[in-house]
Design a protein around this ligand. Structure first.
Ligand code: ZN
Length: 387
């Protein structure tokens, strides 16, 4: 770490960690969740809305911002914080995940990856050095190293790509010129315990300010994901933040926090909201269903979000059925409020030394069908892919 960043682990409850990560744009209380703002906006919300929800960090996508509006333009505006008028911490991914999901429009080699834009078909090349340059122009507080995210159960491919991911992490570190951005390395290794361990140990040797776990929530089963975390976590450095990329259902977050993960991001809460999928403590409801047509109750009794304080399920259903923009906004406000309150409750439970009790109580009430789980898994993975 340097003068711009510090990590303070304040309490452990089992493996769950209560911590603070200080960045140039503010403190992130961990465990925490980063709403996704792919195109320099968390869809339908203003920065004031995000602050009112208690958002402490948002995620933006390098691939999308590089293509549009372009990283040079963002640099001309003094970086993404100024451009979008968000003064809190920002995290950018490396763009690798989106590029690699461009199945037939990309060509990968040991030096980098050449790809065609999903917008206009134009040809571009990402290397560790060009990705760091793009992330420095965007100017996020936390920036991710370029990595390759292979199919998690293909052992030969995973093993071969791991050497590439490690070499790229070292090149990203060497290419970095700004001390006010924390470069996180990404542990890969699919579902294979010894490859995961090898990856964690290699990256720890680079002494980076934080570490992410990539290549999960990409099509493997939940059992495989939890087992991978179980075997990997003892090899992860304890004195740095640990970020599980692309994970974000309430039950996955609770399971991962109980294994020592500190930070999450996921498009699911916001994307699902726009499709009428709303979180409650008893599971998920789809407000588009006919049963809510004349329902005068809020989405959830007792919810303190703006939407639940003012509007009925029937009104929200009407707005979404009529494709009114306000409907997308009200649904998004509720789901992010739910996720950020969940993270706050998790932190309070760890502080009080009763995290496992909190987790068990939450999961006992939060009932979603296996079909909904499979749908969530698929939706979370698909939504991270390009475009
Ligand atoms: Zn609400």
């Amino acid at each position: 770490m340097n003068d711009y960043f510090s990590f303070d682990l304040t309490k452990k409850d089992g493996e769950a960690r209560l911590a603070r990560f200080c960045t140039p744009h503010g403190v992130i209380h961990l465990p925490n969740f980063a709403p996704v703002g792919t195109q320099a906006t968390v869809k339908t919300l203003t920065p004031d809305d995000l602050h009112a929800l208690g958002t402490e960090i948002i995620l933006a996508n390098t691939y999308h911002l590089y293509l549009r509006p372009g990283t040079q333009l963002l640099a001309n505006f003094g970086g993404l914080h100024h451009f979008m008028s968000w003064d809190g911490p920002i995290l950018t991914d490396s763009g690798g995940f989106q590029v690699f999901s461009l199945a037939h429009r990309r060509d990968i080699d040991d030096d980098g990856v050449t790809f065609r834009s999903h917008i206009d078909g134009s040809k571009h090349r990402f290397t560790p050095e060009t990705v760091i340059a793009a992330e420095e122009a965007i100017g996020a507080d936390i920036i991710m190293a370029l990595d390759e995210c292979p199919p998690p159960t293909d052992r030969a491919y995973v093993e071969q790509s791991l050497a590439r991911t490690h070499a790229w992490a070292a090149r990203c570190q060497a290419a970095q010129t700004r001390p006010d951005q924390a470069l996180f390395g990404i542990v890969q290794g699919g579902i294979f315990p010894n490859l995961r361990r090898q990856s964690a140990e290699f990256l720890a040797g680079l002494d980076l300010p934080g570490y992410a776990i990539g290549g999960l929530s990409v099509g493997e089963t939940k059992e495989q994901m939890y087992a991978t975390l179980d075997s990997l976590m003892p090899s992860m450095p304890t004195d740095r933040p640990r970020y599980l990329m692309g994970v974000g259902t309430p039950e996955d977050i609770l399971e991962a926090v109980s294994r020592g993960i500190d930070l999450f991001d996921c498009v699911l809460p916001t994307r699902m909201a726009r499709n009428g999928g709303l979180f409650t403590h008893n599971g998920r409801l789809n407000i588009r269903n006919a049963q809510y047509r004349e329902d005068r109750r809020p989405i959830e009794e007792g919810c303190t979000c703006y939407t639940c304080q003012h509007f009925s399920r029937a009104y929200l259903r009407h707005l979404l059925q009529a494709k009114e923009i306000l409907g997308l906004r009200l649904a998004t406000l509720h789901n992010l409020h739910f996720m950020l309150r969940l993270m706050e409750n998790i932190r309070e439970a760890i502080a009080a030394g009763r995290f496992i009790e909190f987790k068990d109580d939450f999961l006992a009430a939060y009932r979603i069908s296996d079909q909904q789980k499979r749908h969530e898994n698929r939706a979370a993975y698909q939504a991270r892919r390009t475009p």
